[in-house]
Structure formats: C-alpha cells, structure tokens
Design a protein around this ligand. Structure first.
Ligand SMILES: Cc1cc2nc3c(=O)[nH]c(=O)nc-3n(C[C@H](O)[C@H](O)[C@H](O)COP(=O)(O)OP(=O)(O)OC[C@H]3O[C@@H](n4cnc5c(N)ncnc54)[C@H](O)[C@@H]3O)c2cc1C
Length: 389
C-alpha cells in the first residue's frame, strides 16, 4: 500500500490550483440565480477548452484519456475552491453512454458534452418513487419510430437551464418492476415538456417538477435495451455516489471556521471569538473526519483507476461524506452562538452567514443520490452479505 502522490500527480494538482485561481472567483459560488448559472457555463467552457471537463474519457469522444486519479485530483481541488466541475452530462450521463450507448449515440452526444455545448438534467425521481425508484410510473409507449412519454418527474435539479434530460420510463407495466423500465435521452425543447420550479429553504431555485404530456421521442434515443434501463441507471447512480466532492465540500467551510476560531474578539479583550474546550473538541473531531472521508473517497478512485467497479464502497464514501457535511455545519453553527443563525447581510452576522447557509443546504446532501438509509441498506446487503428485508 502506498499513500503518496507521484511527481506527475503533484504537478497536476499545482496546475489545477493555478488554473482555478486564475479563472474562477470563489465568491461567485455564493451568489444565486441566472448570473451564477451563466458564470458556471462560461467557466465550464474554459474547462472544456483546457481539456479538463471530461479528462478521463477516451480521446475519440472528446476526452483527455487521463486517469481516474487525475480526474479525482481535479474534482477535489475544484471543490475545495468552490469551483464548478462537469455537471450531469460530464459526470453521469456521459460515462453511462460510454458503457451502454451505441456508437451513433456516443458520437452524437459525447463530444457536445466534452466541449460544454449542451447541459443535461436527470429525470429519475417521481412524486411516488424516490428511494423505491423502480416503482416509477412515467409511461413510454412504442408508436412507429417513436416512443410517446406521459408522466411526471420531481426534484429535477437544473431542469430550468438544461438542454437535454436523461429519463427513466416504464415500457412494460406487466413485467416485474425492475424489468419493465427503459432509459431515454430527450431534448428539453420537445413539445409536451413543461417545468415548474421548486424553491429550496436556502431560497435557491435549484429543483423543478418536470411534466411530460404526449412527448414524442425517437426510439433511437433509448440507451441500452428496451426494458433493461434499470441496469443503466444503477451504473449512473454508482457514478453519482462515487465523487470525492462530498468530503471536499466540507473543507472550505471548516477551514474558514478554524481561521475564525483563532481570531480575538473585536472589543480588544484578548479573548478568542470562539472559545471553550467543547469547541476545540468539535474542531478536532471534524478534522479527523475529513481525513477519514478523504481516504474513503481515494479508495473509490483507486478502484476505478484499476478497472474495479466500486459499489458499496461508493455508498460508504457518499454516506460518510454527506453526514460529515451536516456534522460540520451543525458544530459550526453551534460554535457561533445565536449569531450563527443569521443570514448573509444581517448586521451582526459572523462569517457572512456561511454557516447558516451550510446548515440549511447540507440537509439535502444525505437525501440526494439516494438517502443515507438506502446507502446503509446497500452496504449491509452488497457489502456485508446480509439478507434483504
Ligand atoms: C439536492 C437534491 C437534488 C436532487 N436531484 C435530483 C435530480 O436531479 N433528479 C432526480 O430524479 N431526483 C433528484 N433528487 C431526488 C432524490 O433522488 C430523492 O429525493 C431521493 O432518492 C429520496 O426519495 P424521496 O425524496 O422520494 O424520499 P422517500 O423515498 O419517500 O424516503 C422517505 C424516507 O424514508 C426512508 N426510506 C425509504 N425507503 C427506505 C428503505 N427501504 N429502508 C430504510 N429507509 C427507507 C428514506 O431514507 C427517507 O428518510 C434530488 C434530491 C435532492 C435532495
């Protein structure tokens, strides 16, 4: 076992840091709405031009042929700096197309993702189907060269900006639930698609309900075989859960909290703004947990780079990283006292309301991409071999 970076990896990390420092303004991340979206798209274009948006894809599809470890270093440094990475197309749909798409689909969609020309959103969850995703009811019915889709999706992140959606539908309602699902790529401008925004408690307009009313999709847009879409989606979810970003998101907040905790109060008493043994314990605990989460994330990337398929290992990393984010925010907001509850812009707010924001925003982290309970079920059954049910 070797826990060190080689020279190439070290210099690549430095290169990524310099690129981010030059091209991304960290403060931008905390602003909302269209302006942020436009900034993210512009930055992704710069990443694409540098060959970093899809760096681990094969070169024939617009990738850079880099290793998973380099991709992980890139994702880690980007998240430390609160800078964007690839998004749905680069991180989820693209890798699934490489594995399950046909050559025509790969040639059509992958270079557009690699060059940041189109953005994607994910249409999996429905009002009655989240954790039990295979119970989904959105129907796709074969009609000539097309399928016609009717139904509703929910929690569709970024649908308001996306050009395309990758969507799970039921094509055989008589089959056992996992075996009657097909996976489609649908252009968001197709007649019959409408969206309704859902605002989060952080006031951000991240989610949407997405409605499909007699939406015609060419049969050629199906990924993989008819009624075998479940197995494609299981792989995209493994990609979604495998990122180092869960751990890395906790780091910049933690570091700023630590810096704040070392300051003296403004009244000149010489006392620290955050004091007490309990707070010191909290900061030490979080530092230990960040190190554990980092190694769990590295293990997933190491497996990918050795052609192993991480499954329960991704769930462990996702579960620990997202619960760490919540503990970090909870400890931080408690350490700041009453002022910690104030939002950015309030007169007496400490740390510009960052902890208040993190406390609210991290609630969703243990739900997105499968809840913590579902991750524990996966770890118990696939990791520990315990029986289902
Ligand atoms: C930030 C965020 C972004 C998201 N983005 C998208 C997106 O872009 N596209 C998309 O399709 N979806 C998206 N989702 C939806 C997400 O995948 C679902 O919210 C998630 O899978 C949980 O489903 P649910 O909300 O229906 O909860 P439910 O499945 O109704 O679960 C309710 C509670 O019951 C528990 N539970 C359910 N089943 C079990 C079980 N078998 N064992 C133990 N406990 C169980 C759950 O853990 C949870 O606590 C997003 C969600 C969030 C929070």
């Amino acid at each position: 076992m070797e826990f060190s970076w080689n020279d190439h990896q070290k210099s690549f990390r430095e290169q990524v840091r310099s690129f981010i420092a030059e091209h991304w303004n960290e403060g931008v991340r905390r602003r909302e709405g269209l302006q942020l979206h436009e900034q993210v798209r512009a930055y992704q274009q710069e990443l694409a031009d540098a060959g970093w948006l899809t760096m681990s894809w094969p070169k024939e599809y617009g990738g850079g042929g880099a290793s998973y470890i380099e991709q992980m270093i890139f994702a880690e440094e980007s998240t430390f700096a609160q800078a964007p990475t690839g998004g749905q197309g680069a991180d989820r749909l693209g890798p699934a197309l490489i594995l399950f798409g046909n050559e025509e689909q790969r040639q059509e969609h992958l270079p557009k993702i690699a060059h940041a020309e189109i953005s994607w959103c994910q249409g999996y969850s429905e009002p009655g189907s989240g954790s039990d995703l295979a119970s989904l009811q959105t129907r796709a019915v074969h009609d000539g060269d097309d399928f016609v889709i009717n139904g509703q999706k929910i929690w569709t992140s970024g649908a308001q900006h996306a050009d395309w959606i990758h969507v799970l539908t039921r094509t055989d309602p008589t089959a056992p639930k996992h075996r009657g699902i097909s996976y489609f790529m649908v252009e968001m401008g197709t007649p019959g698609i409408s969206i309704r925004p859902i605002t989060q408690m952080t006031d951000e307009p991240g989610f949407n309900e997405t409605f499909f009313e007699d939406v015609r999709v060419p049969a050629a847009n199906m990924i993989g075989e008819e009624n075998r879409g479940w197995y494609v989606s299981a792989t995209t979810l493994d990609f979604e859960r495998s990122g180092i970003n869960r751990m890395a998101e906790a780091v910049p907040i933690y570091e700023r909290l630590l810096e704040y905790a070392k300051r003296s109060d403004s009244a000149g008493t010489g006392r620290r703004v955050i004091d007490g043994a309990i707070n010191r314990q909290h900061l030490a605990d979080t530092m230990i947990e960040i190190n554990v989460a980092r190694l769990l994330g590295y293990r997933v990337s190491w497996m990918q780079s050795n052609d192993l398929v991480p499954n329960h290992e991704s769930s462990i990393s996702k579960l620990f990283g997202t619960e760490l984010q919540q503990r970090n925010a909870r400890r931080g907001i408690n350490m700041l006292g009453l002022g910690g509850q104030l939002r950015s812009g309030s007169r007496h707010v400490p740390m510009d309301g960052e902890l208040c924001y993190a406390y609210m925003a991290t609630v969703s982290r243990t739900i997105a991409a499968g809840t913590s309970e579902i991750q524990r079920n996966i770890i118990a059954t696939r990791g520990l071999g315990l029986p289902r049910g």
